[in-house]
Design a protein around this ligand. Structure first.
Ligand SMILES: [Ca+2]
Length: 499
């Protein structure tokens, strides 16, 4: 029987009005949240990358709904993961989440995501990367193999390969640190943990929220030799936005000395980029197999029919596009992530192009489970878009902006994308303008084209408004705005503090 999301919610909606429930009624969905690290949106075969093999994620896409325009709002330092995961787990937008990173008491007082699930009657579980300044052992009912921001690495993994020289790094060498630390690849450990948890949970009636956070495919990009053999570097196509170096990389806050950028020598060479992309694809295929083992366990245990699966990543990655290796730049490859939902009530084989923030997933999953996010959250549920009768072009956010330190801001509206780059104190930010429909790889800057002058001005004004609403420290003060438009209290007070 086909079951829409509304039908599904109706089956367990009774009795959910109270904010804290002693026990979840039978029939509420389990939540399996699969979070990967540094996986760009264009890394899934079924979603358009013909060169990569992801058969298990492809099956998830086929039985679910994929969101093709999912963005992380940005970061306040090079570790974009921290910003992304702090926002997801606190429900606060970038500039309100930033002070929490160093303030354990403040973050513990925030409406943390796992705590909301627990209060809603869910068993809560974490395995893998956390990277949020709050104690996961007290936040989750159970936490296994809690991992740091990245696996231990070593200098041999950097500034390689160099043309004309032997490569000092072998991604399949299990005696190296990185994901091999401890003897078993960390992605396999995470999957083993998740599988054991699912098997145990299948024997209980309590619904669960399992936060399964792989360190893969974050560097060092390692995978067993048979996965590496799938991707001979000389067969990997160079991206068409390949550049030996990005002019103005330092102004964007991504100089060649930044940790992520040091992974390959500058200027980038085709061989270096083909090698890194080969290793990136190999670890993603290995990750895909681990995800496949977890999804098979859902089927074997009978949990699949009542478990909502969400797959996403914390941020994207350049791996040789626009001259960058890392994720601290404003281009789509680095700010846009995959997002797939599947399970009871989720339309099969659907694709949504609406603009969403990754962290909109937080209230969405809560809503799908009949729970409410904390008042004042900066993020908004896109659950209404999981109704197949809602027209395909229905928007979620008509406008979406992202930011990185004082270096750059982006705005997306329809097919258009504005990038502003800082040029130094008291100097206006330099614009770039792209039409993503005609130019998805952001190669043709239209900012100086007089034909687009009016559009450029309008997007710049819209970005300024978004920055003001978000409490962005670079936003110009907004006169009389409180009399002309409603703002959320948290944003408003944050804006005053920043001013
Ligand atoms: Ca990351």
């Amino acid at each position: 029987m086909h079951c829409t999301r509304r039908d599904f919610l109706a089956t367990f909606a009774a009795g959910l009005a109270a904010p804290a429930l002693p026990a979840a009624p039978a029939g509420r969905p389990n939540i399996l949240f699969l979070l990967t690290d540094d996986q760009t949106f264009d890394s899934i075969h079924a979603l358009g990358n013909a060169h990569i093999r992801t058969p298990n994620i492809d099956r998830l896409v086929a039985r679910g709904t994929a969101f093709t325009n999912c963005y992380n709002p940005g970061g306040w330092h090079g570790a974009i993961c921290v910003a992304s995961r702090t926002m997801l787990n606190t429900g606060r937008f970038l500039w309100q989440a930033r002070p929490l990173e160093k303030d354990r008491a403040a973050i513990e007082a925030a409406p943390l995501w796992p705590r909301i699930w627990r209060q809603g009657g869910y068993a809560t579980y974490l395995t893998g990367k956390w990277h949020v300044n709050a104690d996961p052992k007290t936040l989750f009912d159970r936490a296994d193999h809690v991992r740091p921001g990245m696996p231990p690495t070593c200098e041999a993994a950097y500034l390689r390969p160099k043309d004309g020289q032997p490569d000092p790094w072998d991604p399949a060498d299990t005696t190296r640190p990185g994901h091999w630390t401890g003897g078993k690849h960390w992605a396999a450990v995470t999957a083993d943990d998740a599988i054991a948890y699912l098997r145990a949970s299948a024997k209980t009636d309590k619904p669960f929220f399992a936060y399964v956070a792989f360190n893969a495919p974050h560097d060092p990009r390692q995978a067993p030799a048979e996965y590496q053999a799938l991707y001979p570097p000389d067969k990997i196509p160079l991206p068409d936005n390949f550049l030996p170096a990005y002019p103005g990389a330092a102004a964007l806050g991504s100089p060649a000395t930044l940790r992520d950028e040091r992974l390959a020598p500058t200027p980038r060479t085709p061989r270096a980029i083909q090698t890194h992309r080969s290793e990136y694809y190999a670890i993603i295929t290995y990750l895909d197999d681990q995800i496949g083992r977890i999804l098979a366990t859902l089927d074997q245990t009978g949990l699949a029919e009542n478990t909502l699966v969400a797959l996403a990543s914390d941020n994207g990655l350049a791996v040789g596009q626009h001259g960058f290796m890392g994720k601290q730049n404003p281009f789509e490859h680095s700010i846009k992530v995959p997002l797939v939902l599947a399970g009871p009530g989720i339309p099969r084989g659907h694709t949504r192009h609406a603009l969403v923030y990754l962290q909109d997933l937080r209230p969405t999953l809560l809503e799908l489970a009949g729970l409410h996010d904390a008042p004042g959250t900066a993020f908004r549920s896109f659950a209404p878009l999981l109704d197949p009768t809602v027209p395909p072009d229905t928007p979620h956010r008509t406008i979406l902006h992202t930011a990185y330190r004082t270096h750059w801001r982006t705005l997306r509206q329809g097919d258009w994308k504005l990038i502003l780059t800082a040029q130094g104190k008291n100097k206006p930010m330099l614009p770039r303008l792209h039409n993503l429909r005609d130019d998805p790889n952001e190669r043709h800057d239209l900012a100086q084209d007089p034909a687009h002058a009016q559009r450029l001005a309008s997007l710049q004004a819209a970005l300024q408004t978004e920055m003001q609403r978000a409490g962005d420290p670079l936003a110009r003060p907004r006169p009389h705005v409180r009399h002309t438009q409603p703002t959320r209290p948290a944003e408003d007070s944050a804006a005053r503090r920043m001013a």
